[in-house]
Design a binder for this molecule. Structure first.
Ligand code: S3P
Length: 168
């Protein structure tokens, strides 16, 4: 089974994905890392060199052409479900889980990593919360197409595992 974790930057996709994969004995595929491996560029550098549009194409191609093992957890990028037909493709090819978190919590969790995030790095600390609020509102229609929506506040890999087992 393929489990796609989706949600805004900072909601915990990579960390929860790693823990969930370990608990299930599945492989973890981190989409951003995969893109970095393929291009030899950090996502932030890819954005600066080639721009967001090129990144979105590459992200979608990587998502949809990857040779996935039978059982795996995929930590997607925050924008992945919101471009092309990516969310429909993920829903057709696995179980999607939206890790939901309010903007204030996201802003707090992203505070120390602003410089690394291409979409945040030109914002002032005050501008970050405002950006998250509007971007999240724009993205929520895509995120909520997920098969499962779970609150990310104090969410554990065990909670996700239990929810998946209950469904299958
Ligand atoms: C992005 C989120 C990032 C990365 C890129 C764009 C976004 O992934 O794909 O910087 O548009 O929200 P994370 O959600 O893993 O930080």
């Amino acid at each position: 089974m393929k489990i796609f974790l989706i949600g805004f930057m900072g909601c915990g996709k990579s960390t929860l994905g790693r823990k969930l994969a370990t608990k299930l004995g599945y492989d973890l595929i981190d989409l951003d890392h995969q893109i970095e491996k393929n291009t030899g560029l950090a996502v932030g550098d890819y954005f600066s060199t080639h721009g967001e549009e090129a990144f979105r194409k590459l992200e979608s191609e990587t998502l949809q052409a990857f040779n996935y093992p039978k059982n795996c957890v995929i930590a997607t990028g925050g924008g992945t479900p919101c471009f092309f037909d990516n969310i429909d493709w993920m829903n057709a090819n696995g179980t999607t889980i939206y890790i939901e978190m309010p903007p204030t919590a996201l802003a707090k969790r992203l505070e120390s990593g602003i410089a690394k995030r291409p979409l945040l790095r030109n914002l002032t600390p005050e501008g970050v919360l405002e950006f998250i609020e509007s971007k999240l509102a724009e993205r929520e229609p895509f995120y909520t197409k997920a098969a499962l929506v779970m609150s990310g506040i104090s969410l554990t890999a065990d909670d996700i595992r239990a929810e998946i087992l209950a469904r299958n």
